[in-house]
Design a binder for this molecule. Structure first.
Ligand SMILES: *Cc1c(COP(=O)(O)O)cnc(C)c1O
Length: 378
């Protein structure tokens, strides 16, 4: 399909091609200097205080965090009812049960501490939170307190929110683990990839070991003659990134802040443009100390409007839209264990949610076109 306004477009130029070319010329393709530099630059970007381990995806980062935290069969992990399925999948994959916590309100789509508190049982071991659409969870301090009072591990899924912060503290540095995604359509795009960050040396070492078969020495160390063999201290996985994507990540990291600022002004234009309609835009009020990463542009359609008709009308005008997200109870794999009764506010949102195009290189004229077309049907 030839879209006139795509949901997302890459913010790529010759810098990305040059970076990939240099890696190919170096003839070293995995766990080398690019990966090390990317990890160091990412930790610095987060303001220090955490160490970063680059991985193959955010899903890998989440899975490794649960394994490192010792979560397993019989345990419960509280996750947001409104999120991508990866958060529930990884909990299932370690043999634990995902428990859904509701959004705060029809305006604040982030999970709130009160709903999390109500989900805690003596089987609860961890909480996964998501800074939805890039908007920092304003309740994060209470959630942190709740977790430490109940000895729960706090895992931040920061897939939407690289660069977001509260009072100068970056999202991803509040929890025991912070998991970032660099999938193609995220704010920092490299195709497939992710980062997991931790704030203790013990956790960082465990993550680095889990990423690479639990091995104690790396191919590069052996190549450089620093190690001849290796031990396997614990069972591990292969969740490594490669040098090509680490190099892309460094270029994209350098573009992130400007990209997020472009997303902010486009979001403001959307809000102004749609303010005279019955369309609701969540996160209408943000604490002044908070900075969003403006990952996506979700809106809440009026109750009496049929969402499929809106999607069709926009599609005919060449405008691509999406839905964030179909609820867990609509999935075959989760239908039996999840129900709308667990999260009534999420249920009120999911059938009316529509995601409009948003990406740093989008033009103001494109925003105006999307708004004009959506006003024709709503
Ligand atoms: C994209 C996304 C993920 C998964 O990221 P991958 O890097 O594709 O594994 C997880 N959680 C949320 C909220 C996401 O948006």
């Amino acid at each position: 399909m030839d879209w006139s306004v795509q949901l997302f477009e890459l913010n790529y130029d010759h810098l990305e091609s040059d970076a990939v070319g240099s890696v190919l010329d170096s003839r070293w393709l995995t766990l080398g200097d690019e990966t090390k530099s990317f990890e160091g630059e990412f930790s610095r970007f987060l303001g220090g205080g955490v160490s970063s381990v680059a991985v193959s995806s955010c899903t890998a980062a989440l899975h490794m965090s649960l394994v490192a935290a010792g979560i397993g069969p019989g345990d419960e992990v509280i996750i947001p009812a409104l999120t991508f399925v990866a958060d529930a999948n990884v909990v299932r994959m370690v043999g634990a049960s995902p428990i859904l916590a509701d959004v705060t309100s029809l305006d604040d789509w982030n999970v709130c501490s009160k709903t999390i508190a109500a989900c805690i049982t003596d089987r609860t071991k961890a909480v996964i939170v998501v800074h939805f659409a890039g908007y920092p969870i304003e309740d994060i301090t209470n959630i942190k307190e709740l977790c430490s009072e109940n000895s729960l591990v706090l895992i931040e899924d920061v897939a939407h929110a690289p660069g977001a912060s509260i009072d100068g503290k970056m999202c991803g540095t509040f929890g025991d683990f912070g998991c970032f995604s660099f999938f193609s359509n995220k704010n920092l795009s490299i195709g497939e990839g992710g980062m997991v960050v931790a704030n203790t040396d013990a956790n960082t070492r465990t993550l680095a070991s889990l990423r690479s078969h639990g091995m104690t020495s790396l191919t590069l160390d052996r190549h450089r003659g620093r190690a001849m063999s290796y031990d396997v201290a614990r069972a591990g996985l292969n969740y490594r990134i490669d040098e090509i994507r680490a190099a892309l990540g460094r270029v994209q990291l350098a573009k992130l802040v400007n990209g997020n600022m472009a997303r902010m002004s486009l979001t403001t234009r959307y809000r102004d443009n749609l303010s005279d309609t019955s369309i609701m835009i969540p996160f209408s009020s943000m604490n002044e100390a908070s900075i969003s990463a403006y990952h996506i542009m979700p809106v809440l359609l009026p109750k009496n409007v049929e969402r499929t008709a809106v999607i069709r009308h926009l599609k005919e005008a060449g405008i691509q839209t999406s839905i964030h997200y179909p609820p867990f109870w609509s999935f075959t794999a989760f239908g039996e264990s999840c129900s709308p009764a667990q999260a009534p506010r999420t249920e009120a949102i999911v059938s009316r949610e529509l995601t409009l195009p948003l990406f740093p290189t989008m033009t103001e004229r494109q925003v105006d076109l999307v708004c004009e077309k959506i006003k024709e049907v709503v």
